[in-house]
Write a protein that binds this ligand. Structure first.
Ligand code: HEC
Ligand code: HEC
Ligand code: HEC
Ligand code: HEC
Ligand code: HEC
Length: 220
């Protein structure tokens, strides 16, 4: 589990830096532990922001982290304004930029999934880390039940059954020992596509060769 080691190392560093700033989580939670705070967009529209439930946060895998580990820009009060229209803001909301600082392998795996492709194509409906894992109540994935999974997928795939969620999982790349049918199907398609291209190239080269030798013969 290389990723776990890397995540722990990155976490230690981030936590150390956040602790140095000395802002206790309790301070953040006096405002953010209850509902009612809203963000005013450039259009004047008020968007409520979700409160953090202290108990659920403490019980999550990141429960011991200072809030500033992931929100270093929020140390200042009142917070500096940020550009909420920017594309990078969408990535921030979905956790892509924040979560990836520690979970590099999961991030790279995500980029290779259908959902990574949906994002790459510029479709704003793509799910990010927080869509499936939540933001402040992240659990170990081996404690997810089949129903938990189905619920996560159901937010966007209406009527997704547990079988759907179990068949196409998060963002690990399929391998021979994990989802072998998917892995083999992918390999087969890759082989098929590359052999079609290879045969195409060989026949074009043969044509050129034939044309070249034909010209040489004509000259002599
Ligand atoms: C005095 C109340 C108060 C305290 C204390 C406070 N905040 Fe905020 N926070 C706000 C308000 C009000 C907003 C919405 C206004 C804005 O950012 O435009 C906000 C917004 C945020 C946002 C959302 C930004 C976004 O656009 O999605 C985050 C994240 C955040 N705060 C984190 C923190 C952290 C971490 C701490 C502790 C270091 C903290 N806040 C302390 C009042 C507070
Ligand atoms: C592991 C990283 C991480 C930690 C630790 C963390 N947050 Fe967040 N937080 C995020 C991400 C990513 C978002 C953006 C996604 C979202 O809004 O749900 C976010 C969003 C927020 C928001 C805006 C919610 C909204 O509806 O837009 C607030 C407020 C906030 N965090 C406060 C806190 C407070 C207070 C703590 C500490 C008790 C904390 N966060 C700890 C990652 C973290
Ligand atoms: C479509 C839902 C979905 C999205 C989006 C998603 N995950 Fe996951 N994630 C899962 C599921 C399901 C698992 C459980 C293992 C599996 O089945 O792949 C998991 C497992 C994990 C694990 C633990 C085990 C491992 O494979 O390393 C980490 C860490 C993780 N995800 C982080 C992230 C990060 C970071 C992002 C964003 C870049 C992200 N996830 C995006 C669903 C998702
Ligand atoms: C500062 C580094 C850091 C950040 C940022 C971070 N994590 Fe983690 N994460 C960790 C550490 C450390 C663990 C605990 C690893 C362990 O003990 O298994 C962990 C555990 C997890 C797990 C459980 C892994 C498993 O094996 O089941 C998931 C899922 C996860 N994080 C998702 C996220 C998501 C989603 C975000 C963004 C909201 C995020 N992480 C942000 C460091 C981080
Ligand atoms: C935030 C929204 C969101 C979440 C959550 C989400 N997806 Fe998706 N997913 C999409 C979008 C958008 C597409 C692109 C195609 C479409 O419109 O269905 C897609 C496509 C897919 C596809 C490709 C084929 C198809 O059925 O369209 C699969 C398979 C898939 N998702 C599986 C999952 C699984 C499994 C989960 C839960 C672990 C999940 N998704 C969670 C948004 C989401």
């Amino acid at each position: 589990m290389l990723d776990k080691k890397a995540a722990k190392k990155a976490a230690k560093k981030a936590v150390r830096e956040a602790s140095r700033k000395g802002t206790p989580n309790g301070l953040c939670l006096t405002c953010h532990g209850r509902p009612g705070i809203a963000v005013t967009l450039a259009t004047g529209q008020q968007v409520p922001i979700a409160p953090v439930v202290p108990k659920r946060y403490a019980a999550s895998v990141h429960g011991k982290f200072p809030c500033l580990t992931c929100h270093e820009a929020k140390a200042r009060l009142p917070h500096a304004p940020i550009d909420r229209e920017a594309q990078s803001y969408n990535d921030y909301l979905k956790g892509i930029s924040v979560c990836s600082t520690c979970h590099k392998r999961a991030y790279e795996g995500f980029l290779h999934t259908v959902h990574g492709t949906v994002r790459e194509l510029g479709d704003p409906r793509y799910p990010g880390c927080t869509s499936c894992h939540t933001t402040h109540a992240v659990k170990h994935t081996d404690t997810w039940t089949a129903a938990d999974r189905a619920l996560a997928c159901n937010q966007c795939h209406r009527g997704a059954q547990t079988s759907f969620a179990a068949a196409a999982t998060g963002h690990r790349e399929p391998s021979l020992s994990w989802f072998a049918p998917t892995y083999l199907a992918e390999r087969f398609l890759l082989l098929l596509a590359s052999s079609v291209i290879a045969f195409g190239i060989i026949s074009v080269e043969l044509d050129i060769l034939r044309w070249g030798t034909g010209r040489l013969r004509n000259r002599t």
